[in-house]
Design a protein around this ligand. Sequence first.
Ligand SMILES: [Zn+2]
Length: 584
Amino acid sequence: MSPAMRPSGRAVSRLADDWVERVRAASDVVEVIGQTVQLKRVGRNWTGLCPFHNEKTPSFSVNPDRQFYHCFGCKAGGDVFRFVQETEKVEFLEAVELLSRRAGIPIPERRPGERAVRAPLLEALDQAATAYEQWLADPECGRAARAYLEGRGLSSETVRAFRLGVAPDGWEHLSSRLAPKLGEAVLVQAGLAMRREGRSGIYDRFRDRLMVPLIGPGGAVIGFGARAFGDQQPKYLNSPETPVYHKGGFLFGLETARRHADAAGEVVVVEGYFDAIALHQAGLAHTVATSGTALTADQARLLRRAAPRVALTYDGDDAGREAMMRSLAVLLAEGLEVVVVDLPQGDDPDTLVRRGGAEAWRALRAGGYDPVEFIQRHVLRGGGPGDPREKALQMVVRLASEVRDTIRARLLLERASQVFGLPEAVLARAVALQRGGQGSEAPLKAAVRAQRRGGQDLEQTLLRALLLAPEALAAVRDRVELTDFQDDECGALAAWLWSGRADLPETGAEAALARELASGGSAGQDWVAEAVGAARRMVERRLLQRLKERKLELGRTPDGPETTRLMTEVDELARSLKELNAQR
Ligand SMILES: [Zn+2]
């Protein structure tokens, strides 16, 4: 169990100097500038085209050791704050605030006005959380909710740590409890109550619901997620946007996950509050939830502050996988590494760890997919019209074109080149077109077609030779397997020939293919030699394909007996290929 998240109920106030230095420490100058300027490493420094004057050759240099930038052309220079001031056209404090938000560091309330607004809201939210907790503990009032939580397998320790509670059925349990002390206006502004229409007074926003406090920086309650017990709609009701709660800039569980992300090297991202709570309870305290909304760039930046990598673990259904595709794009664009933990159909993170504990998740994590592999699987599984390879490649190109970091974009294409067997240059060209606002479909389509035609040509060459020189069949059949045929029609005709029939098929697509191939061959050619040569190339193609697959698998398998097995297989495949080439 993770350490309990203690509510402070008060915004953390720090000395401004302390805050500025914290923000500076959390804002690497190379990383911040790298967001807007393409930087290349040269020795200890990074260089790029200066954003402050027009130039064709880089004279802009960033020094990571001194955390300074300098332009030899226009003499611009300074630290990370100066850079943000200059590029965003803001004052010093605003620049610090921008970087502070980016780093997920709470901004101290410097202005008396701001503090005057936030403090009472946070006080009201904290008191509301306490009230909901007490109602949950109440023998009568909390009975159904406790049974529900028990049914979900949540321990009382977890319930306490997350400060879960219940909003009783009724219109003004909370309002009548808090309004006399805090005033109606504050409750409305905190998103806890609503004004009655046409008459005076307020009523509770959350009624007959399980209450999940949303814990913000410093441990303060900044809002609530409220889950219905029965069939009430919506199933989840969240706090509205308030001066202290911004949905798109909040991640559930982050305050705790941040502390556990270092050891794990990554943050687990799930969709639902209860998925996150279940994973925390199972010992995976480096988990956050997006609260069921599409992941935003702000959230991705918060994640990047916590860890360099994200393990996406959404529901094992179409909606979950679609959501992962969208999140993937945002995370990659913000420079995060992503591993996709693809759950079995029908599972969600909660059911998975309830059944098999953290081990069940870890096993799936060990076999997680990188973005390119996930896209390939997702598109193949999705079906629908169009060539799946073309569609998958198109998605990869779109993703890569959004990645600003050139090295990361390059790695993505390298991977796609391995997985799809297309030259990296073709993909890089498609990305350049995409970035330039032109369509990248045509060049990709042409490359995929050419690749497929190449494969089909080989299979047809082999079949034609066998039709014209049936005596070669026995030798070819020993080496080439029916699964080696990728083209459906070629495969069907091969199956006919492999079965040993002397006549030709008379119906179906394979009949037409047989007629076409048999009539296309000229006499006087050595068709036996042709058949043997084509068979050899088919075997080579199979070995190369398997070698590629095993290497990919090896790349994502953690060290262990499985790696030894894969390495042995890779060695064997490489040897077979060598032997095959020696026979030439
Ligand atoms: Zn310059």
